[in-house]
Design a protein. Sequence first.
Length: 461
Amino acid sequence: MIIDLHNHSTQTLPAYLALVPTGPVNASLLTPHAMKWAPDLWLFDLRSCCDFWRRRAQSEGITPLSLIQRHLTAQGLDTAAGADHPWQAVLMLGALRERGLKGLVLKASSFGQRLFDQVPWQTWFAAADQLRIHLDALPRHRKHDITCELAQLKRAVSRMNVTQLKGFTSVTGGAMQRRYGPMIAAMWRWTHAGTSIDGFPWVAWQPLQRPTHQRVLDYACWEWDQLSPLIGQDLDRLCLDPAWDRSDHLTQLNWELVFDDLQELTVPIGFRHPHHLHGEQGHHKTTLTRMRERYFATIAHRTQQGDDRTLAVISWRLSVASWFRIPERQNELFISLGRADQNRVHNLENRLHVPLKRYACTADFLPEESFCEGEPSQDDPMKSSRQLCAQLRPIYVYRTARPRQQPRRHGQFLERIQVKWWRQSEGQPMSRDYYSLREGMSRSWLYRDQQGDWYEHGLFS
């Protein structure tokens, strides 16, 4: 049986995804954060990439879940479960496999919730046995031996002849802790109301080989203008590393510096959005901007230590710390105008300290209320009308119109609008006449109300 995504799931991406591999699995699928839970089960942490997939889906005019499902289908993966906790995702996937169901099912959906309510104890204990293996592999100070507690719980469930978890719905986490210990109680909380992964043995998958490139300078150097061309060459060579290809997107780059006093320092270069390093071969403006910022911060920190001789760099190594892969078929969509614009915005945000604000049109005729902060809709029925109206209005609009003196000339008349009369007090103006006025090198957006007062409301240039 195949579960239809559109009929049985919400359209919100889950925090975690569990899937059954049908062959060798690319650990950088969907996100740079993955865990091999079992030989036949992988976990993916989508929290760091939800915004990326949401915007990618919006640019293609589909829902984020539809995009994820298409991505999984292209990889030959037909059974997956999503939830807000990795433990719940594991249990959901176990319930799917037990019933022979295929598809992408979320615990937050109505179908997923009904399915989760019927998870058998057999599935829960199988997941607990695998959890015990991961707990045993943890360092000594984090280990929890739950063998005896699990055996005790299995005997209790067998004596009560309960087959499904819902038979224990009334049992609280405190009661489980008093009888079976803190780890079993934590697993019980993860099952029913878990969003925090505190105590969960998440072991990130580490690739056998990472793209790296090392450079040893002929002489010590500390000037960025001398370092940046060499770093650009190294980034180009990094793109040619056989450990990854053009479909990989960078999320963190490690820059391991060695100074002339032989002190070593690793500078992490993070990106707000997954960065397509191969797409900037030849200039690498985004990566170099981020590295320049971190380099000067590092130099400033070392200068405070009072030893100017330690500022010069004699060698470094670049290594890709984390990345994830997007299929080539989807990369081809970058040729569209919308995708190219989105890519430029992401690159700009990767260079800046703060995210760019996005604005969407609203169904309002007042200029100051005709937009709001948010994502623009791709299926706006009034899009053509708004575009015609926008030709008469500037991009830069003041939050509040500024009173000004009457200009010597009115300028070019643009439009007349009515204000919201139900908000106005008696005697207040009910309409505005907008003009475009060029004064010197600037072109202003002005309006005159019915009382003859003038206001500046924006700038064309």
